[in-house]
Ligand binder design. Structure first.
Ligand SMILES: [Zn+2]
Length: 1089
């Protein structure tokens, strides 16, 4: 065989012989190694931490300190404080006690060897909060303390070798108040002292600082990306390579620069906001926020300073990070800023104008939504939106409420009526029983109105912008079938603060990583909350079917907040009721007498205070004691001012509260329906044989007929009482026969229906007590297992305290403990024909318990798997059983003035005058009365309480009888004297506006138009002429028709939104306007006079 065979051989560089063994990396060890490079502890002097600063200067030669400590825990203004003499002080000094303020004057000189360094910072750690002011009183930046946000970048002009002066306003509290030890919800220690441990000039090695953050994020990728992803392996290899490079050069500055170059392979160039310039699709919208609880573990006055500290920080960061966007809600906080920090307010306002500091929320504060009345929720938006509009030229479009303890079912409707179509929250992620199934969804109100709701998928509104937060913003999104985007709400919060520079730096790296290696969802900065929702709304418009959630967003935690801090809740309810009357009477007074000026400022003040006290820690009862001292003062001011406003308006209307002459007694029914009641005469109006009067008439002024014991007209209607056996009493009127044994109602017979209402063997009005130790959040939570600790409280002998014939009463004392007792008065008034009659209980309670829960029970002979509860502008039905975990989670729920259990043909309503916690389990109805948590207020609810509640049985279904009677029960008729009883001008004026038609319609509020030229305070453009605003809602859940009747000269009638924007013109026919409302619709009408 012939031919040459040429063999072509490729030369391999792969060595023939092994140079030695190479092992597979043990990942746990190599991951563990990463901490050696940047953590504190034993390697800190050798690792990157030791390279963070190029030089430091401290001591008297460079930093001279002096202090003025205002007396008595006062918080003087800059001007006031700096007018005082300052005394020398020094690093190492202790400052206190808790809540005190210390103004520190600082003379600072940069040493010559530091003057050329890249970045000079003051590092200041007093272990408490602080605010830096310029020498001439401009607030610059907040300080947090305890190693957090302790740096302030020194101005360039400080590098001139001479001394410069500025101030630090030191507040003796931490970010979370003054709790002793590490448990921040424990009551504050009044005697805490804070040591100033650090005051030095620091030259920062910016490359080392940046490498520190590079390494942190790449290290997170190594630790947190899935083990089987190449991205995780790559990150781990890179981190180890960075460490080796650093070690090889003994941590030289060149090696640090080299390490940063290595890092870019994984995260790209992250040295500027240009990292965000790629136009790749992004899923995560990072938006900075600082949740400043308007009061919580600190009082209002500290909040005012927290706002300045937080907002100043964010203005600074907005200047330094072009991509940064910051949102802040709560109109009240902007108002405080405007009043107290005008220069900072202007700075914020300029940033708002640029669109980088963004207003959201639309409400006065981030309020509770379980407890405030419907009208209060409306006013949260009315006052909130008006402030945003008047100060910043725009209303908010998103209701922002990340941290409230459950969300009322009527919020979507009210948001829509207040110009907001979007809702952002997240608290439901704290549910400790069921996992809420949606992230982005349409939330639907009782009336069918909807908002687009998004819950931050990272399950926090105070994210630290960690790698994991970004990752979870996608992985925990439960609505990816429709949309995978999520809001990452990052920034220090609850105590305020907001984003830090580290967070912004970390996010640049996260973004860079997504673009360079992928896997991490791409985060975007620079868009607003509105941009996020605009896109969702567009998707919905284009056919994306976002899923729906109907009804309340019930929060499966913090159920104790329906009951904690009873006094505060009592004040809220009474103020809401008082404000109704003030606005109604003042409106009519402006019509009667044009020289009377609608007291808009006073009304605004009382409303704004009330709205403030509805803040989501205040009204729910989860604040420290100081906050309740604060809110008590606001309520007290409100009651005092309100009394005067009522008096003034009444006097214009010819009624007076003074020197009542019996023959001119008159009752004013400010509610929009007829009332017929036996009322107790005010002390000065009682005579020997008439203590009671009958008041029977329509809305407006009603004659008062004093009842004598022998009153003939009502002689057929009497209440009587007798002891039928030892300690067994029978109370009766034409409606009921009630048997009371040992203080409990063992029988309640509806005589007309011949029906027993109490379940067999049951005891109604039985006081019971429970051990109340939740897993952690004392004032907030009552946990399901408390039900197993139920104990009946035995009562002492009862005694008759009132014998009739108009009213009978029986008093029973119940001992709770050596220190606590209840005196219960059960009363039954003579019934009035065609009027609902109820059994009333008035409790006087002396309460000094520890972690116990007092409730009162009503076992009723009614069968239904659902009970009904009054909520704002409607009724909410909840299960009476524990079939599923969702049903069981509602073992304690929120109600307003009544709860009801009805079956076909009959039902029982339990009314109350100041309570919000309720439970219906099977046929057991239970009203929650008092709790005794010891944190965060060690004295919560201790002392005397007065509580009224009543049993209102009704033949037939739940209907307007319950709605109206419960409103009446909360709104006792007041008796006045009339200066000229013969004239009827005022009397007819009181009924000048009425609502006729369906009894389901409730005329809930009457007020003057906000911008009427004679009412307006000028914050928004005035509207010509005078107008009257009516708020009407459908209360029972069905379409309802009615007619607004008025004897006033009305030129035009408009249906408006709650912000009083005209929307639809209505026709006036014969002095009436026909209206039709959807089920549970809230409608506002403007009558232009
Ligand atoms: Zn909060």
């Amino acid at each position: 065989m012939g031919g040459d065979t040429q063999t072509r051989q490729t030369v391999s560089t792969f060595p023939k012989y092994s140079a030695g063994p190479v092992g597979q990396q043990i990942h746990s060890i190599y991951k563990g190694r990463l901490g050696i490079f940047q953590d504190g502890g034993q390697y800190a002097s050798q690792n990157l931490q030791a390279k963070l600063y190029e030089g430091k200067a401290s001591g008297e030669d460079y930093i001279k300190l002096s202090v003025y400590s205002p007396p008595d825990l006062t918080r003087p203004t800059f001007k006031e404080a700096t007018s005082h003499e300052f005394k020398k002080t020094h690093v190492g000094e202790w400052f206190g006690p808790s809540w005190s303020t210390h103004w520190i004057k600082i003379h600072l000189k940069v040493p010559s060897d530091l003057q050329k360094k890249e970045q000079l910072e003051l590092h200041w750690d007093g272990h408490n909060e602080g605010l830096i002011w310029t020498e001439d009183g401009v607030p610059l930046q907040g300080l947090t303390g305890n190693g957090e946000r302790i740096e302030w970048i020194l101005p360039k002009e400080f590098r001139d070798g001479s001394f410069h002066t500025f101030y630090i306003e030191m507040a003796c509290n931490g970010m979370f108040g003054n709790a002793p030890g590490g448990d921040s919800i424990q009551p504050p220690d009044p005697n805490k002292y804070f040591q100033l441990t650090q005051a030095e000039i620091v030259a920062v090695n910016m490359e080392a600082r940046q490498l520190y953050i590079d390494f942190w994020i790449i290290g997170d990728a190594a630790r947190e990306f899935p083990e089987n992803s190449w991205e995780s392996h790559e990150a781990l290899q890179l981190c180890n390579k960075i460490m080796d490079t650093y070690v090889a050069a003994d941590g030289s500055q060149d090696s640090i620069i080299e390490c940063r170059k290595l890092a870019t392979k994984y995260i790209g160039d992250v040295n500027s906001s240009r990292v965000y310039d790629t136009d790749k699709e992004h899923l995560i919208y990072a938006i900075g926020n600082c949740h400043i609880d308007t009061c919580w573990l600190w009082p209002w006055d500290e909040t005012k300073r927290k706002i300045a500290r937080s907002f100043a920080n964010q203005c600074d960061l907005l200047d330094r990070y072009p991509e940064h966007r910051f949102v802040a809600s709560q109109a009240q906080q902007y108002k405080w800023l405007e009043q107290l920090y005008p220069s900072l307010y202007d700075r914020v306002k300029a940033k708002i104008k640029e669109g980088r500091f963004q207003t959201v929320g639309g409400s006065w504060v981030e309020h509770d939504t379980n407890l405030p009345s419907g009208e209060s929720l409306v006013r949260q938006f009315l006052y909130g939106q008006r402030l945003f509009q008047s100060r910043f030229g725009e209303r908010c479009r998103t209701f922002w409420l990340p941290d409230t303890f459950g969300y009322s079912t009527q919020l979507p409707q009210l948001c829509r009526l207040a110009g907001m179509t979007r809702f952002f929250t997240q608290k439901i992620s704290w549910n400790n029983i069921n996992n809420f199934p949606h992230t982005t969804f349409r939330w639907v109100s009782l009336d069918g109105s909807q908002v687009l709701c998004h819950m931050a998928p990272a399950n926090t509104y105070t994210a630290s912008a960690h790698f994991g937060d970004v990752n979870r913003s996608l992985s925990q999104n439960k609505s990816m079938d429709q949309d995978a985007t999520g809001i990452l709400a990052f920034g220090k919060g609850d105590g305020g603060g907001g984003p830090t520079f580290e967070m912004l730096e970390k996010l640049r790296r996260c973004r860079g990583m997504s673009d360079t290696v992928g896997l991490l969802p791409r985060v975007k900065m620079g868009d607003s909350v509105e941009d996020f929702f605009d896109r969702l709304e567009k998707k919905a418009e284009e056919g994306t079917k976002f899923v729906t959630w109907y009804g309340e967003l019930y929060f499966e935690l913090h159920r104790g907040t329906y009951t904690s801090q009873a006094n505060n809740k009592w004040n809220n309810r009474k103020t809401e009721i008082m404000l109704h009357d003030i606005e109604y009477l003042a409106t009519l007074a402006t019509i009667k007498d044009s020289s009377y000026k609608y007291p808009k400022k006073d009304i605004d003040d009382i409303w704004e205070n009330t709205l403030l006290c509805q803040f989501h820690d205040c009204l729910p009862g989860s604040c420290i004691e100081m906050c309740y001292d604060d809110s008590d003062k606001l309520y007290e001011y409100g009651f005092k001012t309100g009394k005067k406003l009522l008096k003034d308006a009444l006097s214009v209307l010819d009624f007076s509260m003074h020197d009542p002459e019996k023959d001119s007694m008159i009752a004013i029914n400010t509610l929009p329906w007829p009332r017929a009641e036996i009322v107790e005469l005010p002390a000065g109006m009682q005579t020997r044989d008439s203590k009671y009067a009958i008041v029977h008439g329509d809305s407006g002024a009603i004659d008062v007929k004093a009842l004598s014991a022998k009153d003939s007209k009502y002689s057929s209607s009497k209440a009587s009482i007798k002891e039928i056996r030892q300690d067994v009493f029978q109370l009766s009127n034409n409606h009921y026969k009630v048997e009371v044994e040992g203080g409990s109602i063992t029988s309640l017979i509806d005589l007309e229906e011949n029906r027993e209402i109490i379940a067999k063997g049951g005891k109604a009005n039985q006081l019971v007590i429970f051990d109340d130790k939740p897993l952690y959040w004392q004032a907030w939570d009552v946990e399901v297992y408390h039900l197993e600790t139920r104990k009946e409280l035995p009562s002492s002998q009862s005694r008759i305290v009132e014998k009739g014939p108009h009213k009978v009463s029986l008093m029973t004392e119940t001992k709770i403990s050596e220190d606590s007792w209840v005196k219960t008065t059960i009363s039954l008034a003579a019934s009035i024909e065609d009027q609902p009659s109820y059994v009333e209980m008035a409790n006087e309670v002396e309460w000094h318990e520890t972690m116990r829960f007092l409730k009162v029970e009503f076992p009723v002979d009614i069968t239904n798997t659902e009970a009904s509860y009054e909520t704002q502008y409607g009724i909410i039905r909840r299960p009476t059983h524990y079939n599923t975990s969702w049903d069981m989670a509602k073992f304690e729920v929120c109600c307003h003035k009544w709860a009801d259990l009805s079956e076909n043909g009959y039902g029982v309503s339990i009314m109350n005058d100041s309570k919000y916690g309720f439970a219906t389990s099977g046929n057991m109805m239970r009203l929650s009365l008092l709790r005794a948590p010891k944190a965060p207020d060690a004295h919560a609810d201790m002392g005397r309480h007065h509580i009224r509640y009543a049993i209102l049985p009704h033949a037939g279904p739940l209907d307007s009888r319950t709605v109206r009677t419960a409103r009446n029960f909360n709104h006792p008729m007041n008796i006045y004297s009339h200066s000229s009883p013969s004239t009827t001008t005022s009397s007819s004026l009181l009924s000048a506006i009425t609502l006729q038609g369906s009894p389901a319609l409730v005329l809930d509020a009457i007020k003057r138009g906000e911008d009427d030229e004679d009412v307006s305070r000028g914050e928004l453009p005035k509207r010509k002429g005078r107008s009257i605003i009516l708020r009407i809602y459908e209360s029972l859940g069905g379409k309802a028709r009615g007619t607004i009747k008025t004897s006033l000269k009305v030129k035009k009638v408009w249906k408006t939104n709650v912000l009083e924007d005209d929307e639809e013109s209505l026709e006036i026919v014969d002095g009436g306007v026909g209206i039709e409302l959807r089920a549970f619709e809230v409608a506002t009408f403007r009558l232009q006079l």
